[in-house]
Design a protein around this ligand. Structure first.
Ligand SMILES: [Ca+2]
Length: 226
């Protein structure tokens, strides 16, 4: 199935078509989305069940049948140097390869980077557990945004980073602390971007708090501009 952006019907929308050009179907309807003028740059998920698209500043996902369109990122306003400009999101973790200390078969680790906050990776086990995303190349990381599960107070949430190369060690990028509630957003941006990060690992260590099976809904890693 091929996705393409076309404006033959008045507004720029995403269509899906079979490879031979037959069975053209409209996937988006930007009139139903607030403040969206057009939909462009479609990109399928590896399993073909959903696609991402943008309108120049915001990123959306939709199921392959066009239903369940969701706003993923609103873009952000960069006020450095007094210049106010909206930047396109550079979340580079979406659908990247993942691995984990353990996967519950029904909740594999890819569900931690599928840009949906309502599903999650589950280790099916108690701490210590971890899930890791491979950004594919050394990356200058500007910010982390995590969607948390329910965690009791005093639970440590460690975010580790590792450079390219098998011998490079993990280093602690940031530590969040519980308590958290399901779908709570945790965000952190270092004063200076972390350089050369290829692997980002989220780890829940053993703690004094009674933590149940370790699960995690979403890990978002923003690449720095430039
Ligand atoms: Ca998810």
């Amino acid at each position: 199935m091929i996705a393409l952006s076309d404006d033959h019907d008045g507004g720029t929308e995403i269509y899906a078509t079979d490879p031979d050009g037959t069975d053209v179907r409209l996937l988006t309807d930007v009139r139903l989305l607030t403040d969206v003028a057009f939909a462009t740059d479609p990109s399928w998920s590896p399993d073909g069940t959903s696609l991402a698209f943008d309108d120049g500043t915001q990123i959306f996902t939709a199921k392959a049948d066009g239903v369940d369109t969701a706003l993923v990122d609103t873009g952000r306003v960069d006020t450095r140097l007094g210049i106010e400009r909206t930047t396109v999101s550079r979340n580079v973790s979406v659908w990247r390869p993942t691995r984990a200390s353990n996967d519950e078969p029904t909740n594999p680790s890819v569900l931690a980077v599928d840009s949906r906050i309502d599903d999650y990776w589950s280790s099916g086990g108690y701490p210590t557990q971890w899930v890791e995303v491979d950004l594919g190349r050394p990356t200058k990381v500007a910010a982390l945004r995590l969607i948390a599960p329910d965690l009791p107070s005093r639970t440590a949430i460690l975010v580790l980073g590792r450079a390219d190369g098998p011998a490079s060690p993990y280093r602690l990028l940031h530590q969040f602390k519980g308590p958290t509630i399901f779908e709570q957003e945790l965000a952190f941006a270092p004063r200076r971007a972390w350089r050369g990060i290829r692997y980002v690992r989220l780890q829940i260590p053993v703690s004094n708090a009674p933590v149940g099976w370790v699960a995690w809904p979403e890990i978002e890693v923003d690449r720095a501009a430039g």
